[in-house]
Design a protein around this ligand. Structure first.
Ligand SMILES: Cc1cc2nc3c(=O)[nH]c(=O)nc-3n(C[C@H](O)[C@H](O)[C@H](O)COP(=O)(O)O)c2cc1C
Length: 372
């Protein structure tokens, strides 16, 4: 990895930053973050869906003092956004998740650590200090490994578990296949497994054989046989709130309520799983209708600017998560690059709220939005 660009003025638009990221790191990792699955219809739809809605601003409301924050399950989101779980971040910068965690902590932006990180959840917790953090769980087909990771997350101060449900198997990522690029097979997302006592106990004699370890991780990583009833297992083993990530159907939103989920994340994994599936923003209104304010709804996939956050809020999201943009910052300039992206979005959200004619993010509702 080269990270050619550093210590230079960074652009204030994500599309320019994306171009700089392309010039900063090698083709394999860059394509890995930028691309989606299949024909990338859903990847494009995620961003385009925000153009289907217009904000209808109000005036003469005294917006001189503003508060863009939101509370979600006891966690403060100072600008109503957090960082989405993104695995294998050392392929973008040697400091990987430690850099993005430090940048998030600088602004108090909640950080969601993936299961598939390059640094362990404990190392990431140290980098975060006292800053808010949740742990994203890929439910392993070995339940003891799943429960061990949840226990470790509790000890390391993660205050919620996000279970990602849209990754029963990996999506058909054609551009990565064309590049023959798989960070998992290079061992870039192994830290939480090799530091896990239960996973270690499963290795037997092969613990010093890197290829055998990677193969074992790939074998246990996902649990395609999982069903709604399995959620009871996790609820019985942790007192942390559970959020379900990857909900797109309003019937699943109702089931999430029924099975006791504490929150849901409307997401299609940034268009990286089922190509041709609905964009997150289009999925949101019927889900908000089904949830009726009973539990918080987060949304990711396609958030790029401040007005996107206002639109998601107006359509029923409590808060949103940011994916690729912070990774472009990481690729270009490590922690400073992520800080730059966060600072830019924090300002853009504040400006967008003021110009919508509101002083509190909590005042954003359906009355300030209209379908094209
Ligand atoms: C490089 C990359 C790695 C990702 N890794 C994970 C992961 O480990 N776990 C997970 O739940 N989601 C993962 N995601 C999906 C994000 O959490 C999020 O849903 C998505 O990036 C949001 O879309 P956006 O990139 O358009 O903002 C990943 C996304 C990217 C781009």
């Amino acid at each position: 990895m080269t990270n050619l660009i550093s210590n230079i003025e960074l652009p204030h638009s994500i599309s320019l930053l994306e171009k700089m990221a392309a010039a900063s790191i090698e083709k394999g990792p860059f394509t890995y973050v930028q691309s989606g699955s299949g024909a990338e219809n859903t990847l494009r739809a995620n961003v385009n869906a925000f153009e289907d809605w217009h904000i209808v601003p109000k005036v003469l409301n005294d917006v001189s003092i503003r508060d863009t924050s939101t509370q979600v399950l006891g966690t403060k989101f100072p600008s109503s956004f957090g960082l989405a779980p993104v695995g294998v971040q050392s392929i973008f910068h040697a400091d990987g998740e430690l850099a993005s965690a430090r940048a998030a902590a600088h602004y108090g932006v909640p950080f969601i650590a993936s299961t598939l990180t390059s640094y362990s959840l404990e190392e990431i917790a140290t980098a975060l200090g006292k800053s808010p953090r949740w742990f994203q769980l890929y439910w392993s087909n070995d339940i003891e490994i799943t429960l061990s990771m949840v226990r470790r997350a509790e000890v390391a101060g993660y205050s919620a578990i996000v279970i990602t449900l849209d990754t029963t198997i990996l999506g058909n990522r054609e551009r990565d296949l064309n590049n023959s690029y798989s960070p998992l097979k290079l061992g870039k997302g192994s830290a939480n497994y090799i530091n896990d006592p239960v996973f270690q106990s499963r290795l037997g004699d092969s613990s010093s054989n890197d290829q055998a370890v990677i193969k074992k991780i790939v074998d246990v990583m996902f649990a395609p046989a999982l069903t709604w009833d399995d959620l009871r297992t996790i609820k019985n083993h942790t007192s942390l709130p559970i959020l379900l990530k990857g909900i797109l159907h309003e019937e699943d939103a109702r089931k999430a309520l029924h099975y006791g989920a504490d929150g849901i994340i409307v997401s299609n994994h940034g268009g990286r799983q089922l190509d041709g599936c609905i964009s997150s923003l289009e999925a949101l209104p019927p889900i908000a209708e089904a949830i009726q304010g009973n539990i918080p709804i987060l949304l990711d996939s396609g958030i790029r600017r401040g007005p996107d956050v206002i639109k998601a809020k107006a359509l029923g999201a409590t808060a949103v998560l940011l994916g690729r943009p912070f990774v472009y910052g990481l690729a270009v300039a490590g922690e400073q690059g992520v800080r730059h992206v966060l600072n830019h979005l924090i300002n853009d959200i504040d400006i967008s709220l003021a110009l919508t004619g509101l002083s509190l993010m909590e005042q954003v509702n359906y009355s300030v939005i209209r379908k094209k």
